[in-house]
Design a protein around this ligand. Structure first.
Ligand SMILES: Cc1ncc(COP(=O)(O)O)c(C=O)c1O
Length: 358
């Protein structure tokens, strides 16, 4: 069986070494030494000023929205994982979808201004598949209309844009370290901001608002993560460069083996170092994508319709027409891509796909 993804598991011994330390210290959670070490090592690895390690990428979005005091309408993308939209609704705000660009699959900046109203307070955009949004255009619109910008960078670990970590753009960027991500801590996530005041605020917010044992400086929530999760991160961080290199190799093999077919990949900007987080392909139409999915499933290979359906279809959202997103989500498949996947398996997947369409 070849799934769309498999979590990377380090050698057990490497994880056990960290467990011994946890047993000795008997410090399991609440900003322990491994959480602290992971935060510092991630900030150093990515060369960013500030990073807060959190329970997951969803609480990261919720804390970001709360820390910026957002109210009213938030402009966002309908082509993302459900957490991008649900976090907005969870925080009592209204998501307003703007259709995506059909080449990059990210929010289309040329359509944002048409959706801004007097109630708009922010733009929450996802760098889909680790593909940087049109950061300059979004920044210009945000400045002109006095809006905050949050980037959902769940897919972006290791992505650089114009020589800097992608997480350094926007007022706040978030990340997910869920087990399916190329760098993971089993469950986990975090927030990045260059604004020290926001950083300090989110630091209180993730720990119930505690400012010392008996004083509370903020409304807070439990957004913390544990020593066990941080330990997995510390082990996996040593391997990230190798993991990205392997994914690059597999992606290039897919490119080469599928080059004769009429399938398209999202366009990535020139000034980006990408992380090969996914291998998305756009088929000619929905029938073609479904035929491929069915044929691969019969061979025990399981690509995923990611993202499908459009988030405007969620039952708690007012319906909106978003023709580009609807078309793209109907014909996109993410092909299997993970560290353990072999070149032979990619070759097999491509031979099956080629046999359908040739
Ligand atoms: C785009 C996007 N945003 C947010 C999340 C939520 O992250 P988590 O699963 O860590 O809560 C995900 C998770 O897959 C995601 O893909």
């Amino acid at each position: 069986m070849i799934p769309v993804t498999k979590p990377y598991l380090p050698p057990l011994k490497d994880y056990q070494d960290y467990l011994e330390g946890i047993w000795k210290r008997q410090w399991l959670t609440n900003n322990g030494p491994l959480v602290n070490e992971l935060e510092l090592k991630i900030a150093e690895f990515l060369d960013v000023e500030n990073f807060l390690y959190l329970g997951n990428g969803t609480i990261a979005l919720q804390i970001a929205i709360k820390a910026l005091d957002l109210k009213g309408e938030i402009i966002t993308t309908p082509f993302s994982y459900v957490a991008t939209t649900s976090s907005i609704v969870w925080e009592g705000c209204t998501p307003v979808f703007v259709d995506i660009d059909k080449k990059t699959l990210n929010i289309d900046p040329t359509k944002i201004e048409g959706s801004i109203t007097e109630n708009t307070t922010a733009i929450l955009a996802t760098h889909v598949y680790g593909n940087p949004c049109d950061i300059e255009a979004i920044d210009q619109i945000a400045k002109k209309h006095n809006l905050k910008v949050i980037y959902d960078g769940a897919h972006c670990f290791g992505v650089n844009y114009k020589g800097r970590s992608i997480f350094e753009y926007g007022d706040i960027s978030t990340v997910s370290f869920h087990a399916t991500k190329l760098f993971h801590t089993i469950e986990g996530g975090g927030v990045f901001t260059k604004n020290k005041r926001l950083h300090d605020r989110m630091n209180f917010m993730r720990n119930f608002g505690h400012d010392g044992p008996y004083k509370f400086s903020e409304l807070g929530i439990n957004g913390k993560n544990s020593e066990f999760h941080a330990a997995m991160g510390l082990v996996n961080l040593k391997k990230v460069d190798e993991i990205i290199a392997k994914r690059k190799l597999l992606s290039e093999l897919y490119d080469q083996k599928l080059s004769d077919l009429n399938i398209v990949k999202p366009a990535f900007p020139k000034h980006a170092d990408i992380n090969y987080a996914y291998y998305p392909v756009l088929f000619e139409n929905s029938d073609s994508a479904l035929k491929c999915l069915d044929r691969l499933n019969k061979s025990q290979i399981f690509p995923r319709r990611y993202f499908y359906p459009s988030l405007s279809e969620l039952p708690y959202i007012a319906k909106q027409e978003l023709p580009v997103t609807e078309e793209i989500s109907s014909k996109v498949l993410c092909l299997p891509l993970y560290y353990e996947l072999s070149l032979e398996e990619v070759d097999l997947i491509c031979r099956i796909i080629n046999s359908i369409y040739r």
